[in-house]
Design a protein around this ligand. Sequence first.
Ligand code: SF4
Length: 328
Amino acid sequence: MTSVDRLLVRAPNWVGDVVLSLPALRDIRRAFPGARLEVLARPWVADLYRAVKEVDGVRESRGHARDAAQLRTAYDLAILLPNSFASAFVMWQAGVPERWGYSTDGRGLLLTRRCRVPRQVSGRSQVYYYRAMLEGLGLATEGPPDASLRCPEEWGARGAELLGDDGPWIGVNAGAFFGAAKRWLPERFAAVADVVARRAGAKVAVVGGRAERPLAEAIAEGLTAPVRVLCGETTLSELVGVLSRLRLLLTNDSGPMHVAAALGTPLVAIFGSTDWRETPPVGETSRVVREETECAPCLLRECPIDHRCMTRVDPGRVAAEALELIAP
Ligand code: SF4
């Protein structure tokens, strides 16, 4: 292999996966200390990389044909974090001479260095899925995984502006883009948020996307504590700013959960249909609450039965975890 001066990392497509792949990104940085390291990312996750100092530049992906054209002759090596055939095909089309990644989705022949997904990553945090790929490709992974994000000052200031600076604030993230199976019951979120906010003398910010606004309004109606609904009102960088200002986040398993954990914001995450072993939030101030359910993790978008993985989660238990986390 020729020397690597210009290196491109193809980012995962979802916010949570971006956070969980940050330790691998930092390993790549250490493996190529002198190279210019850029990231190709979907527009809805690209801003996160602007909060990662190891990254020298961010390109937004605009679709396969446009990506192939814009990348032509620009890089010596592309490392692919997503598993898709398409992500490898674009790099091949663009003529990137070295293309490395897992040999998944029938793309092995498009890769110049490849490895299989090792069995031992199953049942462990996805952090190790990405790191195992680097090891399979012959790169070193060093030290404890660092999936932290540092909120840029201006993002934090914008977050404070959106909240109003008369906190403290606790956040509620009751949606989950993937599907309803991942969502705890909104009235239970409201009950827990109310208890915690009253006890902490805090206000409640409900965060999420535009589609989650009706859900957020319903939660706001169930609260007696002061509340601000920010669903649909924040860009990704503004959401990072808001999450960085929270005293605590109550959340489903979702992108904002992973971002809050990476920022070091204390959080309680309710897990049901998803795998608590593979996609838990990072960080020492994150707590996962779940109940043993014979069908979990099913990884379905919608529950085909009675959603017992979520209805069994007791609000008292969630509130107790939250209060312990914010205790002085
Ligand atoms: S099938 Fe089981 S794990 Fe899946 S959403 Fe329904 S209750 Fe939860």
